[in-house]
Design a protein around this ligand. Sequence first.
Ligand SMILES: [Zn+2]
Length: 352
Amino acid sequence: MNPGFAGRWGTGAVLACAVAACAGPLSLLPDVDSGLAVAEEENQRELYLRDWQDLMIRAQTVFSRLVLANADLCDNARTTYFGIQIQTAESYDAEFRAPAVRVLGVGDLPTIVYVWPGSPADVGGLLAGDQIVRVDGALIGSGVTGRGNAVRALHESGAATGVGEVTVTRDNVERTVTINPVKACDYSLAVQRSDSINAYADGTRVVAASGLIRFATDDAQLALVLGHELAHAAMHHVERQSANAVAGGLLGALFAGPVGLFAAPASLGAFSQAYESEADYVGTYFAARAGYGVDGVADLWRQMAIRSPGTIHATSSTHPSSAVRFLAIEQTAREIAGKRAVTQPLVPNLKH
Ligand SMILES: [Zn+2]
C-alpha cells in the first residue's frame, strides 16, 4: 500500500475508532437499496439461465449432428431422434423456477424449450413453448416424473414404430401432431455443471462437463471432443474394457467404469491408451462426417497443454500425451482431406 495513503487515512481512522469504539470497514460505502438488490438477484438468475440455455443448445446441436451423421457407423442406431429439448419447472431449484418460467416458458407439464431447425419435430409442427400432454394417446403427467415419462415414451415409440403421435397444449388449445423420427446413434448427451475440462462415455450416454464445452473455442473443436466420446460408445470400449477386466480376474475392478477424455483412473493401463487413440482417430472422422472442418482442430490439444502442462509429456498415463494427440489428430485430418480430394467415402481405416 502507498504509505502516504495509509498515513493520511489510517491514522485518522484509528484515532476516530479509539473514541467511538467502532469496528468493521473504514470507508464510507454506497448505500444499496434492498429492493433493487432483490430485483438484481432475479436479473442475474435470468442471465445465468440464458447463458446455460445457450451452452446447452450449442452442445446438443453439435451432438445432434454427430449422432445423425454417424448413424451408419453405430450398430445401435434407431429411429429415435425427434429433435426437441424438454424441461419442466420442477427441474429447477425453487429460487430459479420463476426465472425459468419467464426465460424458457416452462410449465408444470413437460415443456418443449427448443426445437432443432429442420428436425422431425420442426417438420411435424412442434414449437418451443408447447407442453406435452400425451404420447401415443397415453397421459404423460407433470413435473420431473412427467418429463422422464415423455422422454421415455418418445424414445420407445420411435424405436418400436418409427412414428410418434404427440399431443401438446398451445395457447390452451390441445393439438395432436404426428412426428416421424429419424435414425441416429442411440446415445444421449448429458451436460454436467462443472468447471473441470472433461467428458466421459458410460455405454449409453456421453457426459460432458460445462467446463469442457466452454473450453472448446469453436464448434469443430467441440465436435472433436464429443466425437471422441461418441467413438468410445460406438466402438464399445466400455464393454470391451469390462471384458478385459473379467479376463483379468482380480484386476477386474480396476478396469470397470467409464472411459474419459483425459482423466480416467490411472489404473486403466495400456488398454486405455490404445482405446483413447482409437477414440481420437474415429472421433475426428465422426466430426468430419458431421460437416465440421477438421483442419486445425487438433489445436485443442495445444490449448490443453497451455492450460494443463502436465498433459504435454505423460509417459505413465492412461491417455496419450497432448503432444502425441495433437500430431495424431493432425495426421488424421490430412488423411480425411486426402479422401475428400478424391471423393472417397469418409470412413476410418480398419486393420483388416
Ligand atoms: Zn477417451
